[in-house]
Design a protein around this ligand. Structure first.
Ligand code: MN
Length: 135
């Protein structure tokens, strides 16, 4: 079963994300701050992470940069969740290493489409790096 880690400090947003992901058939792990999220990412090796950007203490951008610097977690796709919707914010997320970007409030179809796209991209790159090029 595909395992998704949600890092989100807002309890209402967390409940919604968990509900949508479970409805879509994913197994869900949750963390209410970046520190707990980093620990779970390392120990549970989720297939994908939904990362809220505005978190108490360490923010989601710093947490994502740390995930991407860590050999144990750097291949896990990270989708940023943010209420901010300006182009500069998307750039900041990409600069920090986020693979995708979704603005809140979460919309079911958009969330699932982005998750599927990121998982497909990850599977493709894992395959490419372990198989010799036959072309
Ligand atoms: Mn937040």
């Amino acid at each position: 079963m595909v395992k998704i880690l949600v890092v989100e400090d807002n309890i209402v947003n967390m409940k919604l994300a968990v509900l949508l992901l479970q409805k879509a058939g994913y197994s869900v792990l949750s963390a209410i701050d970046a520190e707990a999220g980093l620990a779970l990412a390392q120990t549970k090796q989720p297939d994908l992470i939904l990362m809220d950007i505005q978190l108490p203490g360490m923010d989601g951008l710093v947490a994502t940069a740390l995930l991407k610097q860590n050999l144990a977690t750097h291949t896990i796709p990270v989708i940023a969740l943010t209420a901010l919707a300006m182009k500069s914010d998307e750039d900041r997320c990409r600069d920090a290493g986020c693979d995708g970007y979704i603005t809140k409030p979460l919309r079911y179809q958009e969330l699932l489409a982005e998750i599927k796209a990121q998982l497909a991209k990850r599977d493709h790159s894992l395959y490419s790096s372990t198989e010799p090029n036959k072309e």
